[in-house]
Design a protein around this ligand. Structure first.
Ligand code: ADP
Ligand code: ADP
Length: 225
């Protein structure tokens, strides 16, 4: 079962001007359910562009993006927004948690926005916090949590609405090596226990080696690492 499929995706910034930058040149990539794939790319190779297109934050010039079996070619903004909310989770290097809300509330809010009843959203948040091992921190605000704890909350929030695909950009990039390791293990456990698939961009080759598969982004295409 394929959760994310990119076929022949092309993207050029400033097309038709002297400043044109051809970033993606017919990129093909497919993630199957339960798979964790490392995306390894030098800076400037187009990693953010790829993640933004895969996550429906940006549209390709050509090619096709399919999420959870749905072809998003020509989809309306509304449909893209709904798909992004329900089927895609994002994790960034910096977590962007809402500072005035507790860990638990940060995980509950996206569920309420998606129409999940409060009691069910609370139960889901507690389950997720349990999986990443920070149940005792549920009612703390982000400022009262360590960097690693904050990032684990961000993972839980990204997975709150049970998306088909998790997209992560250097999710442990701002953590020290030991914390990075714990947080990475928590992420792997979450992905496995929720049965989603994940595309994780990283410069950390040790972490990349622990994922199911590595791909390299080079010259606008994806190659086996
Ligand atoms: P990465 O995330 O791998 O560092 P990006 O996807 O951010 O790469 O960028 C790929 C290339 O596209 C870079 O050369 C970058 O300068 C260029 N680029 C990215 N965004 C824009 C934009 N909005 N306008 C013009 N060029 C861009
Ligand atoms: P980086 O650490 O690579 O700078 P950012 O966290 O700034 O990454 O996010 C990368 C891009 O994703 C930015 O262009 C930002 O506007 C966009 N972005 C970040 N968070 C969200 C979000 N929740 N929804 C939509 N776009 C987002």
């Amino acid at each position: 079962e394929v959760t994310l499929r990119l076929t022949g995706v092309t993207k050029t910034y400033n097309a038709g001007t002297p400043a044109a930058v051809e970033v993606l040149r017919g990129l093909d990539l497919a993630l199957t359910k339960g798979e964790v794939v490392a995306l390894v790319a030098p800076s400037g190779a187009g990693k953010s562009t790829l993640l933004h297109i895969a996550g429906l934050l940006d549209t390709p010039d050509g090619g096709r993006v399919e999420i959870a079996g749905a072809d998003m070619t020509g989809a309306s903004d509304h449909r893209r927004t709904v798909m992004r909310r329900d089927e895609v989770g994002f994790v960034y290097q910096f977590h962007h948690l809402l500072p005035e809300f507790s860990a638990q509330e940060n995980i509950v809010l996206p569920q309420l926005a998606a129409g999940v009843p409060r009691a069910q959203a609370d139960a889901r948040a507690r389950d997720l916090l349990g999986i990443v091992g920070i149940t005792p921190r549920a009612h703390h605000r982000p400022a009262a949590l360590s960097g690693g704890e904050q990032q684990r909350v961000a993972f839980c929030r990204a997975l709150a609405n049970s998306p088909s695909v998790l997209l992560a950009d250097e999710p442990t990039g701002n953590l020290d090596p030991a914390t990075s390791d714990t947080v990475f293990e928590a992420l792997m456990t979450l992905v496995r226990e929720t049965g989603m698939s994940a595309l994780i961009a990283t410069h950390n080759m040790q972490l990349a080696a622990r994922m199911d598969r590595q791909v390299r982004l080079e010259q606008g295409r994806v190659l086996p690492a």
